[in-house]
Design a protein around this ligand. Structure first.
Ligand SMILES: Nc1ncnc2c1ncn2[C@@H]1O[C@H](COP(=O)(O)OP(=O)(O)OP(=O)(O)O)[C@@H](O)[C@H]1O
Length: 277
């Protein structure tokens, strides 16, 4: 139906119509603003995060960065530069100062810690599994919510972790470090996290398994829309899979850039990392 046919005949009503039209435009503007605001809110936002040891030594200094939803942030830097400490702040493995780490715009110190850890899953460098079978381990998180994974779901989780379905009935005792690390990845994914924190997830893997895990990380981003923060010692790995690279040196961010731009960095540590890679 055309607008002309809808126009009322009296002047007063015309104003009413125009007001209505403006209201609709305003509503539309509001909706658009709302949608763009939602899109612009980073999944994780870190503002002036700092940490000192009990003896007053600096571990992290004034760290600020935003991580977009559905992206992979790679964190690299020399040993002891604060990478794991930064990662651990994001799911409150240590308590960051108030208003320094935000999840979907909410200060994580104001959220229930269990729900933060469910939404933000973490895979440790040396993961500890519970006694029992691989299936028991996968079901641990869901069982806390009185849920049980189907065989199909468990197989899918193992696939992301580059493990064969035959592992489900195996006891975790006797698994190699690399296999344990992959079971731990599947167990983390079983909680359906929105964010995945990975602390050197391929450090104990052979090159082929490492490549498969890298592909899984990209699948998790593309298929499940996960936001992923990856700490790695391999600059090449970060360049292969990250959307953004953050370089930490002595607890400070010295560079945040795209993987392709990293080579243009003038920071000596970045040059050193590039030369060594
Ligand atoms: N709870 C703590 N108490 C005292 N010192 C700490 C604590 N946590 C971390 N540190 C120190 O802070 C520094 C950064 O440690 P962190 O593990 O974050 O570094 P990293 O970059 O992940 O190192 P790596 O690459 O070797 O794993 C190190 O010097 C470490 O000894």
């Amino acid at each position: 139906m055309s607008k002309e046919k809808l126009l009322p005949e009296t002047g007063e009503d015309i104003h009413a119509y125009k007001d209505d039209e403006h209201k609709q435009e305003d509503d539309l503007e509001h909706t658009c603003l709302h949608i763009s605001e939602v899109k612009l809110t980073p999944k994780i936002s870190i503002k002036d995060l700092h940490r000192y040891t009990d003896s007053g030594d600096l571990i992290l200094s004034e760290i600020s960065l935003d991580i977009s939803a559905g992206s992979v942030l790679g964190i690299i830097g020399p040993s002891g530069s604060g990478k794991s400490t930064l990662l651990r702040a994001i799911n409150r493995l240590w308590e960051p100062p108030p208003a320094s780490v935000f999840l979907d715009g909410k200060d994580i110190t104001m959220l229930d810690v269990i729900s933060v850890r469910r939404r933000v899953g973490m895979l440790f460098q040396l993961p500890a599994l519970f006694d029992g079978t691989v299936a028991d381990n996968l079901n641990y998180g869901p069982s806390l919510k009185k849920e049980k994974l189907s065989l199909e779901q468990m197989e899918e989780l193992l696939k992301y972790a580059d493990l064969d379905a035959a592992f489900l009935s195996k006891s975790v005792v006797g698994l190699s470090v690399g296999q344990s690390q992959r079971v731990a990845l599947a167990r983390t994914l079983a909680n359906n996290p929105e964010v995945l924190l990975l602390d050197e997830p391929t450090s104990a893997l052979d090159p082929v398994s490492a490549q498969n895990i890298e592909e899984s990380i990209l699948d998790l981003k593309m298929q499940r829309g996960l936001t992923i923060v990856l700490v790695s010692h391999s600059l090449k790995q970060v360049q292969r899979i990250a959307d953004l690279v953050c370089v930490l040196v002595n607890g400070n961010i010295v560079e945040i850039t795209s993987p392709s731009n990293l080579q243009h960095s003038t920071h000596p540590m970045v040059q050193k990392l590039l030369d060594a890679s």
